[in-house]
Write a protein that binds this ligand. Structure first.
Ligand SMILES: [Zn+2]
Length: 282
């Protein structure tokens, strides 16, 4: 999980480029709708804060208008591809290859934070496009508010994240053939001093995207990555190996951020003396 950077330039300019690329009757209809869509852009951008974004009301569009607005995102167009590329490439180098919602998979799709079925006018709004993995996109679907109209997913362009780790892995070792392998479960823990209200949103985000069980499912692969790196070091003592892995961890933490689930797992393994002993040179 990591914060996103907003694309440079005005969302309205990207919209105009996309609409300019449309021809025929659809192009004319979209050009005619531009003043209304721009007015809606102003509403969204005026409310683009953690406390106000959930209150943006749905717009009123005819069935044809809805279709035309959704077409802006649903059809292949150079201007839209350019916008998607700018959003992806604008993210920090270390995290751009990971979905910001989960930190597991590659962000090969775009989620519409305000669902495009409810807000077709924001289907190509640059701030409404979240690069994410297919699993998160599928789980998020068009739900974004609960019955009390409170948001249930983090908006990583604007929501605050803790500055201290919030994932605690619990490692249990089991023996399989001649190897000890860990079974890992993760717990989400509110960091000291972090607002309870903001943490409720994080909890909801984790529950809706089933992040704790997804991390558990992925943990064995990550365990193997760290174990292979540790064995390749050919260290003779626990102290040397720990020093090496702590440096490795610092580097990975700089790249992935300290809230990343892999970092939480690595941190727990580096503390585990029995794990370190097994990775020593015989
Ligand atoms: Zn994801």
């Amino acid at each position: 999980m990591h914060k996103l950077r907003r694309v440079k330039g005005s969302p309205e300019d990207y919209l105009i480029r996309i609409v300019d690329g449309k021809s025929g009757e659809r192009g004319e209809r979209l050009t005619g709708m531009l003043p209304d869509v721009k007015a809606r852009y102003a509403v969204l951008e005026g409310a683009y804060t953690t406390t106000r974004i959930g209150s943006v009301a749905e717009g009123r569009w005819t069935a044809q208008q809805r279709k035309d607005l959704l077409h802006c995102y649903g059809s292949t167009a150079q201007a839209l591809e350019d916008l998607k590329r700018l959003i992806t490439e604008g993210q920090s180098e270390g995290t751009r290859d990971f979905c910001p919602y989960c930190g597991i998979g590659a962000p090969r799709q775009f989620d519409h934070y305000l669902p495009k079925e409810k807000y077709p006018e924001f289907s190509v709004h640059a701030y409404n496009l979240v690069p994410c993995c297919g699993i998160c996109n599928g789980k998020k679907s068009d739900g974004w508010l609960n019955a009390k109209n409170a948001r249930v997913f983090l908006n990583l362009y604007i929501d605050s994240l803790p500055t201290a780790p919030m994932l605690e892995p619990d490692i249990n070792w089991v023996r399989r053939k001649d190897k000890r392998v860990p079974t890992v479960s993760f717990e989400l823990v509110q960091p000291t001093g972090f607002s309870a209200i903001k943490f409720d949103l994080i909890k909801s985000h984790f529950e809706k995207l089933e992040l704790l069980s997804r991390y558990k499912d992925q943990s064995h692969t990550e365990f193997s990555v760290l174990r292979d790196a540790a064995i390749a070091r050919e260290a003779k003592t626990v102290a040397t190996l720990r020093e090496f892995l702590e440096n490795f961890l610092v580097q990975r933490e700089r790249t992935l951020g300290l809230l990343n689930w892999r970092i939480a797992l690595y941190r727990a393994l580096v503390k585990d003396v029995s794990f370190l002993r097994e990775c020593l040179k015989p």
